[in-house]
Write a protein that binds this ligand. Structure first.
Ligand code: GMT
Length: 383
């Protein structure tokens, strides 16, 4: 198949899922065309089946807000037409689903029928999408998609609840490439960070409010009163200055390292004992899955799709959003020497269920389905 993938090329989970999906499909022999405004973060190598088309924006003094959606739709038209794509798969509804709708209509006027699959990732529904500024367009463009997927059952339900959707939404969970995300021997790194054998606790996010990084720091502060530990924070974002201030107030700066945006997050996860994800909203929790693949148990909130990933009491614990006391108790339980090895083993076993090889065929099935409907719609039906 020749597939166009539209996504945000940045560090966010939706971009990661889209890029890894494209890479996985290319390995299986599909021809993948990424259409984005810059090279996706994890697409930094050459492969014969992978193509990249940059969306160009012409600046003009009149444009207080450059019309990205129009440039994107025009690029989609171009790529579908000249690369003869079979379908478009857009990740994150805003503005990708509506740009795809526009491209589809333009192509239709040129006699080309291109099916569109939209994957909903989370905040496009639970936060930004349901805002009145976007909701009518989001509702319309989801309904106009030929296939719709959501990354968890929770997100599927949220979508039906907040929008008037009249089509089936299929759940296709996030996935992980276990060849990349696996525990590596990084003992020298561990020794450097925890010279006295302190337990290593990791959190990865884009430091937005919705991630509740302050809960991470407060949980760590409480853990540290019982258990010697260090906290590694991977990622960056708007909340970081506030978090640095909080560490200073709690006088824990010496035990907290802000590592910034790291590409090789699996190296940090390889030395971790525990991963914290206390998010306010989390449609799936890809970062937690990547941690589990590296044999790191997770203490998370019960937001969104997290309970679909973290099996309570088996590979970690799921606690009410904001209940830092319960999260601390659960974390201390996991970190006990007699419990930790089993939790680590269970974390890996759970992650294996979400291996890319199990999830990719589900997306291929969605593609087959929309293409078979397309084939029927292009048949010449006698009048
Ligand atoms: O979590 C983020 O802030 C990034 C965000 C995104 O849209 O890029 O991630 C969302 O999509 C991921 C991949 O499907 C999910 O694993 C995350 O749970 C989801 N984030 C939220 O719902 C907050």
């Amino acid at each position: 198949m020749k597939i166009g993938i539209v996504c945000y090329p940045t560090f966010g989970g939706s971009g990661v899922v889209a890029t890894e999906l494209g890479k996985g499909l290319a390995k299986k022999g599909h021809e993948i065309h990424f259409i984005t405004y810059s090279q996706p973060t994890r697409l930094d190598f050459f492969s014969e089946n992978l193509y990249y088309h940059e969306v160009n924006m012409e600046p003009y003094p009149l444009f207080a807000y450059p019309p990205y959606e129009l440039a994107l739709a025009s690029k989609m038209v171009d790529v579908v037409r000249y690369e003869k794509l079979d379908l478009l798969h857009v990740h994150y509804a805003i503005p990708h689903a509506s740009a795809a709708y526009m491209a589809k209509q333009i192509l239709k006027s040129q006699g080309i029928n291109i099916p569109v699959v939209t994957t909903l990732h989370g905040t496009d529904i639970t936060l930004v999408g349901k805002n009145a500024s976007y909701a009518p367009v989001v509702t319309f463009s989801i309904n106009e998609s030929d296939g719709i997927t959501a990354v968890s059952e929770s997100l599927r339900q949220d979508t039906y609840q907040h929008f008037d959707i009249r089509k089936d939404i299929e759940v296709v969970h996030n996935f992980v490439d276990l060849d990349r995300f696996k525990r590596q021997a990084k003992e020298h790194f561990r020794k450097a960070i925890s010279p006295m054998g302190e337990k290593l606790i990791v959190h990865t996010s884009n430091f937005r409010k919705v991630k509740r990084v302050d809960d991470v720091i407060r949980i760590f502060h409480q853990i540290r009163q019982t258990q010697p530990a260090r906290l590694l924070l991977v990622g960056d974002g708007p909340e970081r200055p506030r978090m640095e201030k909080l560490c200073r107030e709690l006088k824990i700066c010496d035990d907290v390292r802000f590592l910034g945006k790291l590409d090789a997050v699996e190296e940090v996860l390889s030395v971790a004992d525990l991963f914290l994800m206390p998010s306010e909203k989390e449609s799936f929790g890809l970062a937690a899955l990547e941690a589990m693949a590296c044999e790191v148990p997770v203490v998370s909130s019960n937001a969104g799709g997290l309970p679909e990933l973290v099996v309570d009491g088996v590979c970690g614990f799921v606690c009410p959003v904001g209940d830092t006391r319960q999260m601390t108790e659960r974390a201390l339980f996991i970190l006990q020497e007699e419990n930790l090895p089993q939790f680590k083993k269970n974390a890996l076993a759970r992650a294996q269920e979400f291996d890319i090889s199990n999830i990719l065929p589900l997306y291929e099935a969605v593609y087959d389905k929309v293409l078979s409907v397309k084939d029927l719609s292009t048949l010449d039906v006698p009048q």
